[in-house]
Design a protein around this ligand. Structure first.
Ligand code: NAD
Length: 466
């Protein structure tokens, strides 16, 4: 696996090439590339009769738009370099997808499974205090969300702690996204990144020009898929693909894999994994892991961690398409090898942008203090009911019962969130597709996406008083 310095180097390598393709002045390119600031904190929490010191980071990569946005990761292997690379990716992701945010990212060096629920809550609340002191959590300046090792519980504690610190701040709940619905979250945020990965695959398959190059069939049914990482992103992507008729032939986790050429029952595997936190004991379990990344398949979705496809294993990959569910799974060196071998990579800062897209919806919902669909749902239902009644009267036939409810139903929050997410993923795909096919010097989807993202950030800098 590549180390964290390689991760930052990889992100910057793609940036440098994009800046050169755009002929950006060197001084401006340097300003955009380097993180604005990175904050490191060591704080103590008294737990189990001991004083434990935890190290946390929050990096602000670019404030050309505010608030800056980016997840908080709980992991023992996080580091300053990793957080910086992830924050830079957030800048490019938000820019590419036209979201009104700058880029940021945070991490706490902790294994969440080593601590009880209430202990993790105390650690999280202390970390939130440290971030709040420096406005590194703030509804109009810096809005964290979930990432690897964090979930809606962690986000709820952070938001609640922020609200306790600033009880008169009317927008306090907009300081964090990825919260549970009961605390101002938006329906569909939990599944959003995996769903976005799924939509990005559909866009690719629906685009004949791109798809034919990869020798993939148009239909999702029967596509043979391998997924690495069965967490938030990996599971939700797997679930949607499975429900659409794709065959998940292998899932790779930290301590082993499950392989089944006939297709894995994703729901059953999820139940097993939730209960046991390991795949061991499930049909088709094998202790091998990395080995299965190079198993022959149609689509490979690395949705765990960075640097898993690198210069030493890239030549062995036999997938036709790689969709980066996680951040940074393919290093810059590996990218080059894959491209030469005719393997297309749908890059992370497009493919996994579903999370921040729906976080954007949540943030807007929190600022507006109103759920999506509230003003339209009944009105829509009445109009559709009237239309059905008129059609029935005019034709003297009754509307097919099995379609009637679905036809009449007004759009709920989840419908609107999914529709908005799908629209954004479509827009993003076509922007990348157009740019990629418009210039022979742009050799990959990743480079096309970076060119679009950097161009927009550079445009914004024209008007900033720097
Ligand atoms: P998660 O903690 O929910 O799940 C990650 C899973 O990957 C875990 O089950 C873990 O055991 C497994 N894993 C870790 N290292 C592994 C390895 N080397 N090999 C195999 N499995 C491994 O995390 P997540 O939220 O699903 O995030 C996964 C990736 O997606 C990260 O790169 C993250 O930055 C990125 N991402 C997440 C979101 C989000 O909304 N959660 C949004 C955008 C990008």
């Amino acid at each position: 696996m590549a180390n964290n310095k390689t991760f930052l180097k990889s992100v910057n390598q793609v940036f440098d090439e994009a800046a050169s393709l755009l002929s950006l002045p060197e001084d401006l390119a340097l300003k955009i590339k380097l993180a604005n600031s990175i904050y490191k904190v060591n704080f103590g929490v008294r737990l189990r009769k001991n004083l434990y010191t935890f190290t946390g980071y929050r990096c602000v990569h670019s404030e050309h738009n505010e608030p800056v946005k980016g997840g908080i990761r709980y992991s023992l292997s996080s580091s300053e370099g990793e957080v910086e690379a992830l924050a830079a990716l957030m800048t490019y992701k938000c820019s590419l997808m036209d979201l009104p945010f700058g880029g940021s990212k945070g991490a706490l060096i902790v294994d969440p499974h080593n601590w009880k629920h209430d202990e993790l809550e105390r650690i999280t609340r202390r970390f939130t205090n440290e971030l709040a002191k420096r406005d590194l959590i703030h509804p109009s300046q810096n809005v964290p969300g979930p990432d690897m090792g964090t979930d809606e519980n962690v986000m709820a504690w952070m938001a609640d702690e922020y609200r306790r610190l600033y009880p008169t701040e009317i927008d306090a709940m907009a300081s964090v996204t990825g919260k549970p619905i009961a605390l101002g979250g938006v329906d569909g945020r939990t599944e959003a990144t995996g769903r976005g990965v799924f939509y990005s695959i559909l866009e690719f398959l629906n685009n004949d020009k791109d798809r034919k190059k990869s020798k993939l069939r148009r239909e999702i049914e029967g596509q043979r898929i391998i997924i690495q990482g069965f967490g938030n992103v990996g599971f939700h992507a797997a679930e949607l693909l499975y429900e659409s008729g794709a065959k998940i032939i292998a899932v790779i986790e930290r301590d082993g894999s499950v392989v089944n050429e006939k297709g894995i029952d994703v729901q059953k595997l999820k139940k097993h994994f939730t209960r046991k936190r390991t795949f061991e004991g499930f049909d088709g379990f094998s202790t091998a892991r990395g080995h299965f990344l190079s198993k022959e398949c149609d689509i490979l979705i690395p949705a765990a961690t960075e640097g898993v496809i690198h210069k030493d294993n890239a030549a062995k990959i036999k997938a036709k398409l790689i969709v980066e569910g996680g951040n940074g799974p393919v290093t810059a060196d590996a990218d080059e090898i894959l491209r030469k071998n005719g393997i297309t990579v749908i890059p992370d800062f497009y493919a996994n942008s579903g999370g921040v897209i729906v976080s954007y919806f949540e943030w807007v919902k929190n600022l507006s203090k109103m759920r999506y669909g509230l003003m339209q749902e009944r009105d829509q239902e009445k109009r559709q009911s009237n239309l059905v009644a008129a059609l029935e009267q005019m034709t003297s036939n009754s509307f097919p019962t099995e379609m009637k409810d679905e036809f009449i139903k007004g759009a709920s929050e989840i419908d609107l969130v999914r529709s908005g997410l799908e629209e954004k993923m479509k827009e993003g795909y076509y922007a990348i597709h157009e740019t990629f096919h418009s210039d022979r010097k742009i050799k990959s989807f990743r480079m096309a996406a970076m060119v679009i993202a950097v161009k927009k950030v550079a445009e914004a800098y024209k008007y900033l008083g720097i």
